[in-house]
Design a protein around this ligand. Structure first.
Ligand code: HEC
Length: 227
C-alpha cells in the first residue's frame, strides 16, 4: 500500500469510524486493568470518626465544667488550710490547732515517739504524762525548735539520743505548725495541758530560731527548773 492509500483510508468516513471503534474497544479492555493499577487517589489521613470527636468534645466539656466548679479560680491558697476568706475570696475553714497538730504528729513524730505517744523503751522517751510535755511551755518549745541531745530523764527513766530540730535550722516547720503539734501532744492520750498559741511560738521562733545547736536537758533545766 502506498502512503496515498493510507491517508485516503483514514480520511474516509468508514476509516474514521473503524479507528474510533477500535479506540473505544481498547479503552474498554484496558479500563479494568487501569483501575486496578492506578489506585484512586485519596487523602493520606482519614478524617477523625464522628464518634471519637464527640467523645473528645464531651471530655473537654466535662473538663471545663469540672475546672469551673472546683478550681477555686486557680488561687494559690485554695488548698492552704491556713487560708483566710475575705470579700469574694475562697473561704477555707480554720481547723482547730490540735487537729492540724495531729496530722503533723503523724507525719513528723510517730517514727520515734509512736502513735501511742509512749515512745520506745530505752530509745525514744514517752510523751504521755511526760513532765517535759506538760510542763513549762517555753522549755518545750525550745526542744522542738532546736532539738535535744545528751542524757535526759523522762518519767524516771534516762534516755540519751538525738531529737531532731524542727525550727528554721532544722526541718523548718512554721511557728503555727509547731504550736499545733505541741497543742496536740499536750491534749492527746489523756494529757491535759493548756494549748500553745501560734503567737507564743512566733515569739520563740524569733528568740531561738537562729540557734544552730540542739539543747541539752541540763541547759533547759538551768533556765527552766522542773516544776
Ligand atoms: C528521730 C526520732 C525523733 C523524732 C522524729 C522526734 N523525736 Fe522527739 N525525741 C527523740 C529523742 C531521741 C528524744 C530524747 C533526746 C535526748 O535523749 O536528749 C526526744 C525527746 C522529745 C521530747 C522531750 C522528752 C519527752 O519525752 O517528753 C519531746 C517533748 C519530743 N521529743 C517531742 C517530739 C515531737 C512533738 C516530735 C515531732 C514534731 C518529735 N519529738 C520527733 C526522738 C525523736
Amino acid at each position: 500500500m502506498s502512503d496515498d492509500t493510507t491517508s485516503q483510508d483514514f480520511t474516509s468516513s468508514s476509516g474514521f469510524e473503524k479507528a474510533a471503534m477500535q479506540d473505544t474497544d481498547m479503552q474498554a479492555i484496558h479500563a479494568p486493568q487501569l483501575k486496578r493499577e492506578r489506585v484512586e487517589p485519596h487523602e493520606r489521613q482519614s478524617p477523625i470518626p464522628i464518634s471519637l470527636l464527640t467523645m473528645i468534645s464531651l471530655f473537654a466539656f466535662w473538663g471545663g465544667y469540672y475546672f469551673s466548679n472546683y478550681s477555686q479560680d486557680f488561687r494559690w491558697d485554695a488548698y492552704d488550710p491556713d487560708a483566710k476568706g475575705g470579700a469574694g475570696e475562697v473561704v477555707v475553714e480554720e481547723k482547730p490547732l490540735a487537729e492540724v497538730g495531729a496530722r503533723i504528729f503523724r507525719g513528723q513524730c510517730v517514727a520515734c515517739h509512736q502513735t501511742t505517744g509512749l515512745g520506745v523503751a530505752g530509745a525514744f522517751p514517752p510523751l504521755v504524762e511526760s513532765e517535759w510535755v506538760l510542763g513549762n511551755e517555753e522549755r518545750l518549745a525550745r526542744i522542738l525548735i532546736n532539738g535535744l541531745n545528751g542524757p535526759i530523764e523522762v518519767l524516771g527513766a534516762t534516755y540519751n539520743g538525738n531529737m531532731p530540730a524542727f525550727g528554721p535550722n532544722g526541718l523548718n516547720l512554721k511557728p503555727k505548725q509547731i504550736a499545733a503539734v505541741l497543742t496536740y501532744i499536750r491534749q492527746e492520750w489523756g494529757n491535759s495541758a493548756p494549748e500553745v498559741s501560734v503567737e507564743a511560738l512566733e515569739g520563740y521562733h524569733a528568740k531561738y530560731g537562729s540557734r544552730p545547736e540542739p539543747w541539752t536537758a541540763e541547759e533547759l533545766l538551768a533556765d527552766f527548773p522542773m516544776e
